[in-house]
Design a protein around this ligand. Structure first.
Ligand code: HEC
Length: 95
C-alpha cells in the first residue's frame, strides 16, 4: 500500500470518528441535563396527543428555542445530548 492510501485510511478512521462523536448527542447525558427543563412541563408534552413536533430538525429547533429561556444556557453539545435523549425515549424519529 502506498503512503497516500495509508494516510487516507488513517484520516478516514480518525477524522470520521471525531466528526461522528461531535455530531451525535449522548442520550444518557441528555437525560441528566433534562432535569433542568422540567420547571415548566413534564415529559407528557413529548408524546401523543400533546406532541406537535414532527421531525428531528423541528425537535432540535424547539430545544434551541426553549434554551433561550434557560439560565445558564446549554451549550451546542448539550443541545445535541438533549435532542438525543428526547428522540431516544419519546419521539423516535429516524432521521
Ligand atoms: C419557561 C418554561 C419552559 C422551559 C424552561 C422549557 N419549556 Fe419546553 N415548552 C414550554 C411550553 C409552554 C411549551 C409549549 C406547550 C404547547 O405547545 O402546548 C413547550 C414545548 C416544548 C417542546 C415541544 C413539544 C412538542 O412536541 O409539541 C419541546 C421539545 C420542549 N418544550 C423541550 C424543552 C426542553 C428540552 C427544555 C430545556 C432546555 C424546555 N423545553 C424548557 C415551556 C418551557
Amino acid at each position: 500500500m502506498n503512503r497516500l492510501a495509508t494516510m487516507a485510511l488513517l484520516c478516514g478512521a480518525l477524522c470520521g470518528t471525531a466528526v461522528a462523536a461531535h455530531a451525535a448527542g449522548d442520550a444518557v447525558r441528555g437525560e441528566r441535563l433534562h432535569v433542568d427543563c422540567l420547571g415548566c412541563h413534564g415529559t407528557e408534552l413529548y408524546v401523543p396527543p400533546r406532541a406537535k413536533v414532527k421531525t428531528l430538525a423541528a425537535l432540535k429547533q424547539e430545544t434551541e428555542r426553549w434554551n433561550d429561556r434557560m439560565n445558564p444556557k446549554f451549550t451546542k453539545q448539550e443541545i445535541e445530548d438533549l435532542v438525543a435523549y428526547l428522540n431516544r425515549d419519546f419521539y423516535k424519529f429516524r432521521n
